[in-house]
Design a protein around this ligand. Structure first.
Ligand code: SAH
Ligand code: SF4
Ligand code: F3S
Length: 436
């Protein structure tokens, strides 16, 4: 039996795409292997959101060469967001002649055909599409988990935040039909899925046929019998509607959690980022969310060192972090992306200043995470159990509705179930508890 191995960099979109690639390979009769060394087909699904993702890819690519030398039938494939950039494809073509297949984010459904061509013709296949065509439904998928699943609701992004490469690598916004989404969720639930995470770069601008907007879609999914939890990512503040906030009052399956990237706490920087909201508008949204669900978990994304960011402007971000008291935040050092407007800004912040601000930001975020986690001690939380804890095989680990990591003692038969856990202690990144 031929074996395949997939390495996935980047966000949930890429993870979901890798599930489709795995599903197609299983249909072709391949089997999945955790061990790259024994693979006959290896795929690297790339991300280009920051420079360190690019660097990791080139490191991984170097390793594949050895496998090629060992096994003359080995097929090396690269795909994902980096391949939507001409300068990257040129570099792979020139410097890595042993790569057999290069494809992009818009044509993963073509992968079986490209693979077939390489096997029959022994000739390199390069197929990149500039934009997404019609959405292709019913592709196979080998899901990573049974109890929780990612469900695409839309592809692409129209926002062109000035620092971001995603609109160039994922094309324009396209929404799946509500029927297709409901059908997929129903079939996932029938095979044991309890929690779904709806995926899109800006789910608030979802636009299904008729007048189905994102809030309506949630209402439809809330009706799916047997489904227990609905999550979604990512939400853009400029499109977060009162109707969606209201859905948190009426839809019991919506998890008690909201990820709302703020990026900066300074209005001038937000404007230069092309984000289309102010710090005040953002704070108002947080108030409304907490008005509907008092103890909703809130996380965010923040970039430090955007071109031209002054010490005072950075302090506005620090103050916002202290004011909102996020449950957690993904913090990033600004990374110049080729082809984006911010690449041309001449006032880039020096590396050491970016690092120093980053450390101060992380400290503020950790402080608020720890404080928020402390409030959970003594409470009972609903935990969807993922697996044994990596660090301690006697402990199980899962996520509460607020997206908190919760560790507790229990048996393997609880994996995939939602159980009640009483929190007995907390730290910055997780809660520890006992089964009730
Ligand atoms: N569509 C989502 C996020 C996509 S990328 C949204 O708008 O929220 C995930 C995060 O990566 C972004 O929220 C941003 O904080 C960060 N990011 C994107 N481009 C970046 C860059 N050039 N440098 C540093 N961080 C970046
Ligand atoms: Fe990038 Fe902005 Fe689109 Fe998010 S909304 S993917 S940050 S351009
Ligand atoms: Fe990276 Fe592409 Fe996702 S650039 S963050 S894998 S959309």
């Amino acid at each position: 039996m031929n074996k395949f191995h997939i390495q996935t960099l980047g966000c949930q979109m890429n993870e979901r795409d890798s599930e489709t690639l795995a599903g197609m390979l299983l249909e072709l009769g391949y089997i999945q292997s955790d061990n790259k060394e024994e693979a006959d087909v290896a795929i690297i699904n790339t991300c280009s959101v920051r420079d360190n993702a690019d660097k990791r890819f080139f490191g991984m690519l170097g390793q594949l060469k050895r496998l090629k030398n060992k096994n003359k039938n080995f097929i090396a494939c690269v795909c994902g967001c980096m391949m939507q950039q001409q300068h990257i494809v040129d570099e792979v073509k020139q410097k890595y002649p042993w790569v057999d297949i290069i494809f992009g984010t818009h044509n993963i459904h073509k992968f079986p055909e490209l693979l077939e061509n390489v096997i029959s013709q022994r000739e390199r296949q390069i197929d990149i599409w500039d934009d997404g065509g019609d959405i292709i439904e019913n592709l196979p998928a080998d899901r990573l988990y049974e109890h929780k699943a990612f469900v695409n609701i839309m592809f692409g992004c129209n926002n062109f935040c000035t620092y971001c490469i995603v609109p160039y690598t994922r094309g324009r916004e396209r929404s799946r039909s509500p029927e297709a989404i409901v059908k997929e969720v129903e079939s996932l639930v029938a095979s044991g899925t309890k929690e779904i995470t709806l995926l899109g770069q800006n789910v608030n601008s979802y636009k299904g046929e008729g007048d189905v907007n994102f809030a309506k879609l949630i209402t439809m999914l809330n009706e799916v019998e047997g489904l227990e939890r609905i999550r979604f990512m990512t939400s853009h503040p400029k499109d977060l509607s009162d109707e969606l906030i209201e859905a948190f009052a009426t839809c019991d399956k919506l998890s008690n959690y909201f990820h709302l990237p703020v990026q900066s706490g300074n209005n001038e920087i937000l404007k230069k980022m092309n984000r289309h909201y102010t710090k005040e508008a953002y704070l108002e949204l947080i108030n409304k969310l907490r008005g509907v669900r008092k103890d909703i978990g809130i996380s965010t994304d923040i970039i430090v060192g955007f071109p031209g960011e002054t010490e005072e402007q950075f302090e506005d971000t620090l103050n916002l972090v202290k004011e909102v008291q996020f449950d957690s935040a993904f913090t990033f050092i600004y990374s110049v992306r080729k082809g984006t407007p911010a690449e041309k800004y001449t006032d880039q912040v020096p590396e050491e200043v970016k690092h120093e601000r980053f450390n101060r930001l992380v400290e503020a975020v950790n402080e608020s995470s720890a404080k928020n986690n402390e409030k959970f001690v003594g409470r009972i939380v609903q935990v969807l159990v993922d697996d044994f804890s990596k660090n301690n095989r006697e402990m199980l680990t899962g996520r509460s509705s607020e997206n908190k990591i919760v560790n507790f003692k229990g048996n393997s038969d609880l994996i995939g179930k939602i159980v009640e856990v009483k929190v007995i202690s907390s730290n910055t990144f997780s809660l520890t508890g006992e089964l009730v």
